[in-house]
Design a protein around this ligand. Structure first.
Ligand SMILES: [Zn+2]
Length: 217
């Protein structure tokens, strides 16, 4: 039974990663180099940084891709030229730094739970700014309610597996759609970069790390 459940998850994850979205980025070409290193980065690359595939990573990748294309109409994202504010979820924060090149220690990145978007991303050279969020009603309400229980440690082993399945199915749904239909992306005029540096957010993706496997009843 245990094997059967893990096989289902391998299938769900490989299904999502088979639709591995990508984005072209521009970086410098060595430690003191010129801005001429063009490379393609993918959702699968982000999974390796983040540690796992999850719906938050998919939401972030697709939403930021759409928002960054508005900042860079040539569709090559300059990862030396962005600032970003992210909601505090561990998945959104990792994808935010990965795709934009923004970093806390260089005053180009901070986290806030009071913004009305999932991300606010700003192109530094022209200060053009967009707020990005998933359209309301797309995420199944059960992901939210079960997620809340999991964060409080109130979801048992089999409940955690159900949540994982729901999130995987939601990821597959998102990847099957045109991202333009999934996100609200609004320009924010005269956005002022006013970072508030906080280090006490809850890292919700490690709270259940010692949970036993779901056993057959
Ligand atoms: Zn995650």
């Amino acid at each position: 039974m245990k094997l059967f459940i893990s096989q289902i998850f391998i299938l769900l994850v490989s299904n999502v990663l088979s639709q591995n979205p990508s984005i072209k980025v521009l970086d410098t070409d060595f430690s003191k180099g010129r801005l001429q290193n063009v490379q393609t980065i993918t959702l699968n690359d982000a999974v390796k940084l983040h540690g796992h595939l999850c719906d938050g990573l998919v939401v972030g990748f697709l939403g930021l891709k759409e928002g960054l294309y508005k900042l860079y109409p040539d569709s090559i994202i300059d990862r030396t030229n962005n600032r970003i504010v992210s909601k505090p979820s561990p998945c959104l924060t990792d994808i935010a730094i990965f795709m934009t090149g923004a970093r806390y220690q260089y005053n180009t990145y901070y986290v806030s739970d009071s913004i009305k978007y999932q991300f606010i991303v700003q192109r530094i050279d022209n200060e053009k700014t967009y707020g990005i969020k998933l359209k309301p009603g797309l995420m199944p309400t059960a992901i939210d309610s079960l997620g809340r229980l999991a964060t409080k440690g109130e979801l048992d082993a089999c409940g955690i597996d159900s949540l994982r399945k729901l999130e995987s199915e939601f990821s597959t749904f998102l990847l099957s759609k045109n991202p333009q239909d999934l996100f609200i992306i609004e320009e924010i005029k005269n956005y002022k970069w006013l970072p508030v540096l906080k280090g006490n957010f809850l890292k919700t993706d490690v709270l259940n790390k010692k949970l036993q496997n779901c056993l057959p009843r």
